[in-house]
Design a protein around this ligand. Structure first.
Ligand SMILES: Nc1ncnc2c1ncn2[C@@H]1O[C@H](COP(=O)(O)OP(=O)(O)O)[C@@H](O)[C@H]1O
Ligand SMILES: [Mg+2]
Length: 352
């Protein structure tokens, strides 16, 4: 959770300082006012990167050389990021420099929900894996160890394949790769079970048309499910050598939902697809709080796109009962004001 946020020289913002509420913060303003830029600043603070631009250079206010975002996190801990055209990114936590971005992410669990999140179903498996792994990163300390180890070993194996090393040399990596891969699968399955439980309740509340529906989740391990990963790797060695990389494993995993036995992408309206994604993120926030005993941050850009007022209100009602600090943007006049919401009006890069 954040308090006292200050943003300097980011996009059209020269300087903004505000004290966000612990619950729902609604950022209202016309097109181009700077609403999404405030979310971008918070994203940068928690993750060290933008959700909009690959390079932070475009994020610095035109004509300036450096941007800065500072805030206070849990227990009043000061946290700050600075990006300078020439000096790059600098992160400080509790007044000391931080080396790894993942340390920052661990401090501030944050989920970003883009305006076009209904396109979730059109995204590839990498996106779905990332969503699942976000939760695991925050609730299961061993996950990060297994995933980082897995990735390193996979790189080594792939590089042995590319260098046309002997089969025995390639297979030197298989035992450890398989051990971490099996563990990752086990953890992802557990997380999906927990996610489904929370998701069902949230989704039926924010999308009452689907009350009483049945949901299920299917996890695809990324290799032949009837075999152990080690055996799959051995069996596919010739294929991998032809392809030039390791095809099977946890890096190729995917998962899918069904609703009343159908693929939601083929049944849901766009608004319902958006509610679906929102419910997934809310479910993740719930699980994270159970374990971390800490509110996470939810950035929701443009709540009004694809959703009518009744469904927007359902989302706000749900969020107000969730362990999250939410930052939500909307254009003025489009949203019914809700009693549990703290409103900030933004105009030309300033909070009025
Ligand atoms: N590097 C930059 N320097 C100055 N202005 C920028 C920069 N990048 C984008 N802008 C402008 O900042 C404004 C705010 O954008 P944004 O936060 O996306 O608005 P909205 O309130 O509609 O979400 C826009 O007018 C945009 O064109
Ligand atoms: Mg915007």
């Amino acid at each position: 959770m954040l308090s006292q946020i200050s943003i300097f020289n980011l996009r059209n913002i020269t300087e903004i300082s505000f004290q966000p509420a612990k619950g729902i913060n609604l950022i209202l303003g016309d097109n181009g006012a700077g609403k999404t830029s405030i979310l971008e600043a918070i994203h940068l603070l928690a993750l060290g990167r933008s959700f909009k631009a690959r390079t932070l250079k475009t994020t610095i206010k035109f004509g300036q050389k450096q941007l800065q975002v500072i805030a206070r996190a849990a227990n009043d801990t000061p946290v700050g990021v600075q990006f300078d055209e020439h000096l790059g990114l600098k992160i400080r936590l509790n007044s000391a420099p931080l080396k790894r971005l993942s340390d920052l992410a661990m401090q501030l669990p944050l989920q970003f929900i883009p305006a076009n999140c209904h396109q979730f179903f059109e995204q590839g498996p990498r996106y779905r894996r990332q969503l699942l792994d976000w939760g695991l990163f925050h609730v299961e300390p061993s996950f990060n160890f297994h995933w980082q180890s897995y990735k390193k070993i996979l790189q080594q194996r792939n590089s042995a394949i590319r260098q046309h090393k002997k089969i025995e040399e390639i297979q030197l990596w298989d035992t450890h790769l398989a051990e971490h891969g099996e563990k990752i699968t086990e953890l992802r399955r557990l997380q999906l079970d927990a996610l489904l439980k929370e998701f069902e309740a949230v989704f039926q509340r924010i999308c009452p048309e689907y009350q009483g529906a049945t949901f299920s989740i299917k996890y695809r391990t990324g290799w032949n499910k009837d075999k152990k990963l080690k055996v799959s790797l051995q069996d596919a060695i010739e294929k991998d050598r032809q392809l030039g990389y390791t095809r099977s494993g946890s890096h190729a995993a995917d998962w899918s939902f069904t609703i009343n036995d159908f693929n939601p992408a083929e049944v849901f309206s766009r608004g319902q697809q958006k509610l679906f994604f929102l419910a997934l993120c809310m479910a993740q926030a719930k699980i994270t709080e159970h374990v971390k005993h800490e509110k996470s941050i939810l950035l929701l850009d443009d709540i009004s796109s694809e959703l009518d007022l009744a469904h927007q209100k359902n989302v706000l009602d749900e969020l107000s009962n969730l362990p999250v600090q939410a930052f939500i943007t909307a254009t003025d006049h489009s949203l019914d004001l809700h009693e549990k919401v703290t409103v900030f009006h933004v105009k030309q890069g300033a909070i009025l």
